[in-house]
Each structure stands twice: as C-alpha cells, then as structure tokens.
Design a protein around this ligand. Structure first.
Ligand code: HEM
Length: 154
C-alpha cells in the first residue's frame, strides 16, 4: 500500500512537477490504545456486530474481512505472527466444540465463534477460507476505509 502510494504521488512528468507528498500512514486521533467506548463487547451477537460495523459504513464483507485480523495473536487461529486466511478455515472447523483439540476452550472469542452460524457471514467466511487473495483484497479495502473514515489528517 505504502510503496504504490509513494510511487504514484512522487512521480512527475516534465511539465507537471510532483505534488507535495501525502501518504496514508495511520490516523493519530487517539492518544491511547483501545479507548473505553470503541470496542464492541465480546458477548455481542453477529447481528449486533453487523450493526456496529454498518454504523461505520462497513458492509458484511468488510466486517468479516477486518475480523480476519484475529488470525494474528494468541487465540488459536494459526501462527500468531502470520497474516493469512487461517482464521476462516478455523471458524468453519469450530475446534472449540471438539474436546480432542488441545486447549479448545481457549480458541477464539465469543464474537468470532458465532460468525459461522450467521447466514450472511457464512458464505463470506467460506469464500475467504478458499480464496486467500480475495481475503487480502477485501481486507485492504476495508482497512484503508477504517483508517480514513471521519478522519481529517492535520
Ligand atoms: C467485534 C469486534 C471486535 C472485538 C469484540 C474484538 C475483540 C478482541 C479481543 C478481546 C482481543 C484479545 C484476544 C486475546 O488475546 O485474549 C482481540 C485481539 C485482536 N484484535 Fe480484535 N476485536 C474486534 C475487532 C477487531 C478489528 C476490526 C481488528 C482490526 C482490524 C482487530 C484486531 C485485533 C488483533 C490484531 C488482535 C490480536 C492482538 C494481539 O494478540 O497482539 N479486532 N480482539
């Protein structure tokens, strides 16, 4: 994202000097991580999650793509440091229901676990589980939107 942005914004033709660089590098409108009222509760239903993300202008596809970032970290969606589509493949397997899986009760958070049972989210999860490139594409769209919505860089 950053490199194409730099390239397109700094290249010039002889008669058109480059505009001053303007790069999207993240928003700076919070002074601390996770301000109290922003993250939905873990107990929220899928309908509730869809409503929260819709209120920010995000479609179900955008929401499901963003939640794929839970593949990072220690909630049992594959390698904690690898950003890939393991989140979706794991959601379809529902390992938290399988006592034979090690630490099954620790896998996912409640908002993740309810997603595969939702008729709107299910087909999106199935698509991303099979097509990692589609996940990456939708994630980029939704993440860039999330970083810029209602935000004026100063
Ligand atoms: C319904 C919305 C969401 C809820 C309720 C939620 C909740 C949480 C919780 C409770 C954790 C900590 C899990 C643990 O290790 O115990 C977590 C981790 C994380 N969340 Fe979310 N989240 C939501 C949406 C998002 C979104 C939209 C993003 C990014 C676009 C995101 C990115 C992450 C990442 C990267 C981690 C792992 C952090 C780490 O382990 O270092 N989450 N989330």
């Amino acid at each position: 994202m950053f490199i194409p942005c730099v390239t397109t914004q700094t290249c010039s033709t002889p008669n058109h000097p480059p505009p001053p660089p303007k790069h999207t590098t993240g928003r700076r409108d919070a002074t601390s991580a996770d301000p109290g009222d922003r993250l939905p509760p873990e107990s929220l239903s899928t309908a509730g999650q869809l409503a929260v993300f819709a209120s920010m202008g995000l479609s179900p596809t955008g929401m499901v793509a963003l939640l794929g970032s839970h593949t990072l970290g220690g909630k049992g969606f594959g390698d904690p440091l690898t950003f890939d589509a393991t989140y979706y493949r794991t959601l379809l397997q529902k390992p938290w229901n399988d006592p034979k899986v090690e630490m099954s009760s620790m896998i996912g958070i409640p908002t993740d676990r309810v997603l595969p049972d939702d008729p709107v989210c299910r087909p999106i999860i199935e698509r991303f589980a099979q097509d990692e490139a589609a996940f990456f594409q939708e994630f980029v769209k939704a993440y860039v939107y999330l970083c810029t919505v209602n935000h004026q860089e100063t």
